[in-house]
Design a protein around this ligand. Structure first.
Ligand code: SAH
Ligand code: SF4
Length: 402
């Protein structure tokens, strides 16, 4: 029998039109508490204790069935089953590259999909590249996501469930400190994370929690194209590692490649980076620099790069350009990338060339783009109305609404 439907009325969700059992996977501690209280399952005094108990099952053990919660009474498990779900969003496509890279297309709701990529490590570390938005409002000229309009921001839960889905797929539950494949999280998927800092910050709180998924804040990197006013705040709120998509050393070229530069030019960007809390040799900023043939790859630019970063504890990541259908650039020649890297190396930055991964499944940096289309507000309202009408027409649902 279907679980009873209940209209989702939680203030933390930005998907108020959703209905059905409330998903618990991905909620913050506070949200978990609130949801239990809102559904009259516990009084405020007991909510904290009960939320802690569920937290451990959800984020340490990764359970997907309430019956696995062996220290929860059968009666309560039945109630939880009726009101909530531990299901993850559906994976609509899963591809595994010859190099072990895995790409997941995840359906968030009808017609809205997002991509997540697992990049296995060369040694013991592997990174999961998560998305923060479906599409992007910025139009960096070398980026495939940039050709897709912003469909919507993700919720914190939708960011966290990307990690949970990858862990499900890799068999990484319960959380263990040894033999983990996903050791790092990088916000380098679709979207600009600093345009949705509240949700990114909540998601990092959940992912880094020691009693759950437990991926430390120093192993979480947030990449931004340069949303200057939010950069120091990112560090204060999340204590995550910072990556900057620089790609050019002068404003004229950066205006072209990363149009946001017209709003926040390089000098302001550098000031904001210097204000990032706790920078040190142990906590460096990563500068990403995509290698575009004949555009930004001269040795004079390599020297300008080194000069620009002077005084900032930095790492440089040279990213060979990953082409996509119709992309207006070519990747720099390998010799040129090496010569560029040489200048950078001599200035004291080690191993800066990022090996392209998952190219055969189109999962490399900047290649992520979903087919999701922006739903017009009128269309959304029509769908909502239809869903309401359906609900009103179903006798089973009416009893559950009582
Ligand atoms: N919006 C954020 C994070 C997502 S992009 C940002 O721009 O930083 C993640 C990284 O991939 C960025 O450094 C971006 O500049 C880079 N990138 C985008 N398109 C690329 C492409 N086609 N080839 C190589 N790197 C690309
Ligand atoms: Fe958006 Fe980042 Fe792509 Fe620029 S590089 S369009 S900011 S996702």
């Amino acid at each position: 029998m279907n679980a009873p439907l209940k209209t989702l009325d939680l203030s933390f969700s930005n998907r108020p039109e959703m209905s059905g059992p409330v998903p618990l996977a991905g909620l913050t501690r506070a949200q978990l508490r609130d949801v239990l209280i809102a559904h009259d399952l516990v009084d405020e005094k007991k909510a904290k204790m009960r939320a802690e108990q569920l937290w451990r099952w959800i984020y340490h053990y990764g359970v997907t069935d309430f019956d696995e919660m062996t220290n929860v009474s059968k009666a309560l498990r039945e109630t939880l089953k009726a009101k909530f779900t531990l299901a993850r969003p559906e994976i609509t496509e899963r591809q595994v590259s010859v190099d072990g890279t895995r790409k997941y297309l995840i359906k968030l709701e009808s017609g809205i999909e997002v991509e997540t990529v697992f990049i296995p490590g060369v040694g013991r570390s592997g990174a999961l590249c998560v998305s923060s938005q479906v599409g992007c409002t910025l139009n960096c000229t070398f980026c495939h996501t940039g050709t897709q309009p912003l469909v919507r921001n993700l919720t914190a839960a939708e960011i966290v469930t990307q990690v949970m889905i990858a862990r499900d797929d890799l068999g990484e539950w319960p959380t263990s400190n040894e033999d983990r494949e996903i050791t790092n999280i990088v916000f380098m998927g679709m979207g600009e994370p600093l345009y949705t800092l509240d949700t990114v910050s909540d998601a990092i709180d959940v992912i880094s929690d020691h009693e759950g998924i437990a991926i430390g804040r120093r192993r979480i990197t947030v990449s931004t194209s340069g949303v200057v006013p939010k950069i120091p705040e990112l560090g204060e709120r999340t204590k995550a590692m910072l990556a900057i998509s620089l790609h050019a050393t002068n404003d004229a070229l950066r205006n072209e490649l990363v149009p946001l530069n017209k709003k926040y030019p390089i000098a302001e960007l550098m000031d904001a980076i210097r204000a990032y809390p706790d920078l040190s040799n142990a906590k460096r900023v990563t500068f990403e620099y995509v290698m575009l043939k004949g555009v930004n790859d001269s040795l004079a630019e390599a020297r300008a790069l080194v000069k620009l970063l002077r005084g900032i504890p930095s790492k440089i990541n040279l990213i060979p350009f990953n082409p996509w259908p119709g992309s207006p650039y070519e990747c720099s020649d390998w010799d040129q990338i090496e010569a560029f890297a040489d200048v950078v190396n001599k200035a004291g930055y080690a191993s800066p060339i990022r090996t392209p991964r998952g190219r055969d499944i189109f999962a490399a940096c900047g290649q992520l783009k979903s087919e999701s289309q922006k739903i017009r507000a009128s269309e959304r309202r029509r769908l909502e109305r239809e869903a309401e009408e359906k609900q009103d027409a179903s006798p089973e649902d009416q009893t559950s609404q009582a």
